[in-house]
Design a binder for this molecule. Structure first.
Ligand SMILES: [Zn+2]
Length: 58
């Protein structure tokens, strides 16, 4: 099942969205986006947990 994430859930106003087949692949896409756009270079457990909480089944 495809999973999706909307960056606006974490960074209000951001229109980035990503989809991937697995949670891992989706986290990688989100991490790459967060690093380049939001200067989130350190993925702490807290951030990862937050992101996972925003993942939805597409
Ligand atoms: Zn964003």
């Amino acid at each position: 099942m495809t999973k999706s994430i909307q960056c606006a859930d974490l960074f209000p106003g951001c229109e980035f969205q990503a989809e991937a087949e697995t949670e891992e692949a989706l986290l990688q896409k989100a991490a790459a986006h967060a690093a380049s756009v939001h200067n989130v270079t350190e993925l702490t457990d807290e951030i990862v947990a937050k992101v996972k909480g925003c993942i939805r089944d597409a």
